[in-house]
Design a protein around this ligand. Structure first.
Ligand code: MN
Length: 257
C-alpha cells in the first residue's frame, strides 16, 4: 500500500490559506496539513458525517488567515511560530474509498509515513476519533512517543459490535503499539465512553487520566506536571474535548472564566 492523496481542489481554500502541495513526492515543508476523512461506522449512529470535516475545517480556518500566523500572542510571548521561518503546506486529503475501511486505514498509515519520510510534521484533520489509529501506526520505527489525548472519553473499548478499530477503541489500540510508551488523557467526564473495566484497563496500562473537573480545579500547570516525560509527543484532540465550559458536566468552574 502506498500513499494516496487528493490535493485541495483549485478554487477551494486550503487550511489557513497556506500553499498547496499537489505531489507528496515533492513535499518540502516543516508542517504538512493532511485531511483524513476517515471513519468506521458502528451500526446506525456515528461516524459518517465526520468525513466532511476536513473540508469544513479548511473553510472555517480562512477567517483566521493570514494575519493570525503573525499576530502577537500575549500568553505565549511571541507569534505562533516563535519568529521562526516555518513552512506550512496543505497536502489535501488521503484518498478514501467508501466502505473499504481496512484499505482506507492502510492508505492513511502509508500517507503519514510518506509525510514523515519527507521530514515534515503532519497536522491531521479528521475524520472521527478512530482516525488516530492508522495515523499513529505511521510512526512505527521512529522511536518512543507519548500520546496526549484531549477528549471527553477514554476510548479504551477493546471492541464494539465486533469492530476493533472504531472511535471507542482508539487509546486501547494505541496502548498496543510498541512505540507508544506513555499516555495522558485529559478532559475525561461523564459516563459516555467506558465501563469500569475499560477504566481499569487504562489505569493498569499506566495511562494518566485527568478529568475535566480536575483540570478546572487544579489548573493547566499542575496537569502539565503529570504528563509523562518523553522526547516526542503525539497530540490528539477529539472535538468533544473542547466543548465550551458552560456545557461541561462538572462541579467546579474556573474562577476567572
Ligand atoms: Mn470523545
Amino acid at each position: 500500500m502506498s500513499a494516496r492523496v487528493t490535493p485541495v481542489p483549485v478554487g477551494r481554500p486550503t487550511f489557513l490559506d497556506v500553499p498547496r502541495c499537489t505531489d507528496l513526492s515533492t513535499l518540502d515543508a516543516h508542517i504538512a496539513i493532511i485531511g483524513v476523512p476517515f471513519g468506521i461506522p458502528y451500526a446506525l449512529d456515528y461516524s459518517t458525517g465526520a468525513s466532511a470535516a476536513p473540508r469544513a475545517i479548511r473553510e472555517q480556518s480562512v477567517r483566521y488567515s493570514p494575519w493570525y500566523l503573525t499576530h502577537y500572542d500575549y500568553d505565549f510571548g511571541g507569534d505562533l511560530v516563535a519568529g521562526r521561518a516555518v513552512k506550512i503546506v496543505d497536502c489535501g486529503d488521503v484518498a478514501m474509498v467508501p466502505g473499504r475501511w481496512e484499505e482506507n486505514s492502510r492508505v492513511t498509515t502509508a500517507t503519514i509515513k510518506a509525510i514523515l519520510d519527507c521530514g515534515a510534521v503532519p497536522i491531521v484533520l479528521g475524520g472521527e476519533h478512530s482516525t488516530p489509529i492508522p495515523v499513529m501506526r505511521g510512526y512505527e520505527g521512529r522511536g518512543p512517543m507519548c500520546v496526549v489525548q484531549i477528549d471527553a472519553h477514554i476510548d479504551w473499548r477493546d471492541e464494539r459490535e465486533g469492530i476493533r478499530e472504531g472511535l471507542s477503541s482508539t487509546m486501547r489500540r494505541a496502548s498496543e503499539m510498541p512505540w507508544v510508551k506513555g499516555m495522558v488523557q485529559i478532559g475525561i467526564r461523564g459516563f459516555g465512553s467506558a465501563r469500569k473495566l475499560e477504566f481499569d484497563a487504562a489505569r493498569k496500562y499506566g495511562s494518566v487520566l485527568v478529568g475535566a473537573e480536575e483540570l478546572h480545579r487544579l489548573g493547566v500547570d499542575e496537569i502539565l506536571r503529570r504528563v509523562p516525560g518523553s522526547e516526542r509527543y503525539y497530540i490528539t484532540m477529539d472535538m468533544d474535548g473542547s466543548t465550551p465550559p458552560s456545557l461541561l458536566v462538572c462541579g467546579d468552574r474556573p474562577s476567572a472564566a
